[in-house]
Write a protein that binds this ligand. Structure first.
Ligand SMILES: [Zn+2]
Ligand SMILES: [Zn+2]
Length: 925
């Protein structure tokens, strides 16, 4: 027998290194705009340069790679564009932490030096994630790797900014925005994470200015903000308070009086005290109320969320201000509470749960903050076309030009887009695209040039102010939200603003693969920008996958210690095992609960494929004969037919983005149909090398296993390439070989039914053996009680009759014998389709010690029943313990309940078994 060129066991590491570099060296990942085939393009969701591969990336990129490899093998001109995102705040934070360790601040370093330092960090560490993606097998066209801050993409950013500005869709305005006092920057609405927090509700007395016996009670969770109050609102229809509308109240801790206004929007009569303070500079609802009543805004905090010392200008009492100036919010709040008490203005304080917003990057409490910012007016009709960005983006999904998969996400999309607010795009940090707007400072000298107040928005730094000719210009210090550049990703990576061939061939791109948590941050904005700039949607399909959680359904986090590191997993089990696991679990809309055992299971699957390949290779010597299908053995005809079905199913599942179905179908086919049945059935055929059947079977092995490898390739690229290269094949690499498509001519219903009958017969007899405790060496004498023409037709084939004898361990081939011997019993076997056949089984000469076997089974079963009873009793005690239930985390309780339910079920099953043992023991004795 010739030595198989495959090593005895599969060792993933050297295989992965070998083929990765081969594929890249040979340029198989590259796509050419002038290439043949239908264009199929995916743009990668650019990972942050601060990132390191986690399971979310692994899932996201495995699915993209499967699509790209599949479409490439199908003959498409498949392009997968890779790249990274500069990740403004996240990256700035990383470098600031480094500076902190060196005891310097970015201000000490200065802007240019700081930005240089971030670039240095990026060049050194910012491509880690790229090498990790390569390890995953990602077949991106690496020659086209882009970065959101590279020159081309920066040009695209400036171009779009200027266009939107000229078209009236970008404006600068003084607005209340979410401010992170730690990151020192504005955040967009979706960058704020809301959570419940325990706090207090303060009831404060606002006496009427002209009658201090009368007062309004205002309740607030943020008493320090009262220093910025500019009115109190009551409901105009509230008979208790509407007579106060138009009068003034004295604002506690200040010398100011503020008006009472009637506002049916801000005040809910049914809720609270009936009077609401209005602080336009510190609350989004109050800002709107302030606009309704033309109230001034008084900002009480500086940009680090500390009390401004200048509040004396707004009448704050000197002693109070001296106490709280420059304090942070929590400290100021405590002092204001103290002062309110001292002044007799505090009526009561209650415990209160309320919702607070935190920065999504650093978890600092976000403050509403009044400052000049840049906005994209998403609901504003543009000057040029009269269309609004949000409306167009809604229509593209509603009209089916973009398909969200699973389609349930469309409702979330519409719900969010219907309420979308203007997008605050300026960030007060240094790392990012600096806003292409300049201000004229010539104006400072000659104050009466109103034109110079407007910013000069331009692609390149202007030399002189177009209004006054001054050369004293300064660029806006802010940078753009990191999502601004990633919103342009589908066309900027294809070369826009240049009119490239890539754009005309690959835009709109085909499929976007993304997780749902960036549907709004990113996907919705790409749709708006794509439609605005390119007048066409950025992609046709958006496949939205779930999050990867731990086996208990918990989010993975370092603090919980439940993180599975994909890099470790790849080293331990092989990349293909990880990829196959993720694919097999990618059910639509469901969170993936990943346990390491699953991955170990698919490592075994890789080994199964490996061993099958070795078996086949070792049996390939000898003539191969491509006999007509009809002349091949039942097993050969059957596996050819089943393979075609599998090919059809896998292609269909991939078309429908059902990666899980495709993977599970392949697993079942390879493991059970191919290895368990087909390879076992043909072993005896292969022994006689010279027979025509043997030659035809060797041909069938090549004809089935080689396409099976191609079918598996997008899921498990490395092992399939390694084996394929050792097999008879055509072409240079499996990754550029054609993907199998189902061929009708191999499919044969009759053949499949015949083999299903054979399987039922063998399985029925095996079950009988197991149930009755026969040792493998004991051969049974079995006969058919009645003639069955269909079965006879099958059994007449030597391969079949031999298989029954061998697999069911019979003493002689199955034949009809209507006279049942006295010591035989009759058993029934159900065939596919519900038909029964009756068999008579003669007790073998050296009869089994049935009594001994039954006694052993009984002992084993009773032991397990005892264990279950003890465990159930313990769990019942725990679940009856009120203290435990009050303190234990809900997951823990759920776990115990589930264990208890399972134990009950198993207990019942074993009791049934004891009963059947009872019956059989009576029969024996
Ligand atoms: Zn922050
Ligand atoms: Zn000027």
């Amino acid at each position: 027998m010739p030595e198989s060129p495959l090593t005895p066991t599969y060792d993933p590491a050297p295989v992965e290194i070998r083929w990765s570099s081969f594929w890249e060296r040979r340029g198989f990942f590259r796509a050419d705009a002038s290439g043949s085939g239908r264009a199929f393009c995916i743009v990668i969701p650019p990972p942050n340069i601060t990132g390191s591969l986690h399971l979310g990336h692994a899932l996201n990129n495995t699915l993209q790679d499967m699509l790209i490899r599949w479409r490439r093998m199908c003959g498409d001109n498949a392009l997968w564009i890779p790249g990274t995102d500069h990740a403004g705040i996240a990256t700035q934070n990383v470098v600031e932490r480094q500076l902190k360790a060196e005891k310097i601040t970015r201000e000490q370093l200065g802007r240019q030096a700081f930005v240089d330092r971030v670039w240095a960090w990026r060049n050194e560490s910012g491509r880690t994630i790229i090498s990790q993606l390569k390890k995953l097998g990602a077949s991106c066209d690496w020659s086209r790797e882009r970065f959101t801050m590279d020159e081309g993409l920066s040009a695209a950013v400036r171009e779009v900014f200027v266009r939107l500005y000229d078209d009236g869709l970008i404006y600068r305005g003084e607005r209340l925005i979410n401010w992170c006092p730690r990151c020192h920057t504005a955040l967009s609405d979706i960058e704020v994470e809301h959570e419940e927090a325990r706090g207090k509700l303060y009831h404060i007395k606002y006496p009427l200015a002209d009658d201090s016996n009368l007062f309004l009670t205002v309740a607030t969770t943020r008493p320090e903000t009262l220093l910025g109050d500019t009115a109190v609102a009551v409901h105009p229809d509230d008979p208790r308070f509407n007579r106060f509308i138009g009068r003034q109240v004295r604002l506690p801790l200040t010398s100011r009086t503020i008006p009472v206004v009637g506002d049916p929007i801000l005040v809910d009569r049914e809720f609270g005290t009936g009077a609401v303070k209005i602080t336009p500079a510190h609350d989004f609802n109050d800002e709107k109320a302030g606009q309704r009543h033309q109230l001034p805004s008084i900002a009480i905090l500086d940009d680090q969320a500390r009390i401004r010392p200048s509040l004396g200008e707004h009448g704050v009492d000197a002693d109070v201000l001296a106490d709280i100036a420059q304090l942070t919010v929590p400290k100021a709040r405590a002092r204001v509470e103290h002062w309110l008490q001292v002044r007799g203005a505090l009526l009561k304080v209650e415990e209160h749960t309320h919702v607070i917003g935190k920065c999504y990057r650093c978890r600092t409490i976000v403050e509403p903050y009044l400052s000049p910012q840049w906005f994209v007016g998403v609901n504003t009709p543009s000057k040029s076309s009269g269309k609004a960005l949000a409306k167009e983006a809604i229509n593209s999904v509603r009209g089916g030009r973009i398909r969200l998969i699973p389609e349930g996400w469309a409702n979330n999309y519409f719900g969010w887009m219907d309420q979308i607010q203007d997008w605050c795009i300026s960030r007060q940090i240094w790392w990012g695209h600096q806003i292409p707007a300049w201000y004229c400072r010539g104006n400072d000298v000659e104050c009466c040039r109103p034109a110079c107040i407007a910013p000069i928005v331009a692609l390149r730094a202007p030399e002189r102010c177009p209004h006054c000719g001054s050369a004293d210009l300064v660029q806006d210090p802010d940078v753009l939200d990191t999502w601004f550049s990633s919103a342009l990703w589908p066309f900027s990576t294809l070369g826009w603003p240049e009119q490239t061939q890539e754009l005309s061939v690959f835009y709109p791109t085909s499929t976007l693969v993304t997780s749902f948590d960036i549907l709004f941050f990113w996907v919705a904005r790409m749709i708006m920008m794509g439609l605005y700039v390119m007048k066409e949607v950025p992609f046709r399909d958006v496949y939205i996958h779930a999050l990867v959680r731990d086996a208990e359904g918990q989010k993975m986090s370092k603090s919980k210690g439940n993180v599975i590191d994909p890099l470790e997993i790849m080293n331990k089990y092989g990349t293909d095992a990880l990829r196959f696991t993720l694919a097999s679990m990618a059910s639509p809309g469901r969170d993936i609960r990943l346990a390491e055992e699953r991955i170990a299971g698919y490592r075994n699957f890789a080994n199964k494929i490996w061993n099958a390949a070795r078996f086949i290779l070792m049996n390939l010597d000898g003539p191969r004969q491509a006999s007509p299908i009809a002349e091949r053995t039942l097993a050969d005809r059957w596996i050819l037919s089943r393979l075609q079905r599998c090919i059809g199913d896998v292609n269909g599942s991939l078309e429908a983005y059902r990666f899980d179905e495709a993977a599970n179908r392949l697993y079942q086919f390879v493991w059970h149909e191919y290895c368990d049945w087909y390879l076992e059935l043909i072993k005896p055929v292969l022994v006689d090398k010279e027979s025509p059947d043997s030659a035809a079977t060797r041909q069938t092995l090549v004809d089935t296993f080689e396409p099976l490898l191609r079918l598996l390739h997008p899921f498990m690229p490395f092992i399939t390439e390694e084996i394929w290269q050792a097999f008879p094949h055509q072409g240079e690499s499996i990754m550029v070989a054609p993907y199998p498509t189902a061929e009708q001519r191999y499919q044969n219903e009759t053949t499949e039914r015949e083999l299903a009958i054979l399987q039922a017969l063998i399985e029925g007899l095996r079950k009988y053996r197991v149930d009755n405790g026969f040792a493998p060496a004991q051969k049974l004498s079995v006969a058919l009680v009645k003639e069955n023409p269909e079965l006879a037709n099958i059994l007449i084939q030597p391969m079949v009759s031999r298989a029954v004898v061998q697999f069911a361990r019979l003493s002689h081939p199955l034949a009809v014998n209507p006279t049942t011997p006295a010591d035989a019993i009759r058993i029934m076997v159900v065939l596919p389709g519900g038909q029964h056949i009756e068999l008579s089984v003669q007790r073998p000469q050296e009869s089994v010690d049935l009594a001994g076997y039954l006694a052993k089974e009984r002992a084993k079963t009773e032991k397990r029943l005892g264990e279950l009873a003890a465990q159930m009793a313990r769990d019942e005690q725990t679940l009856a313990n009120g203290q435990f239930l009050a303190k234990a985390p809900p997951v823990e309780i759920e776990k115990i309940k589930a264990r208890h339910r399972e134990a009950q079920l198993e207990h019942q099953t074993l009791r049934d078994k004891i009963q059947s043992l009872d019956e059989r023991e009576q029969g024996v004795s």
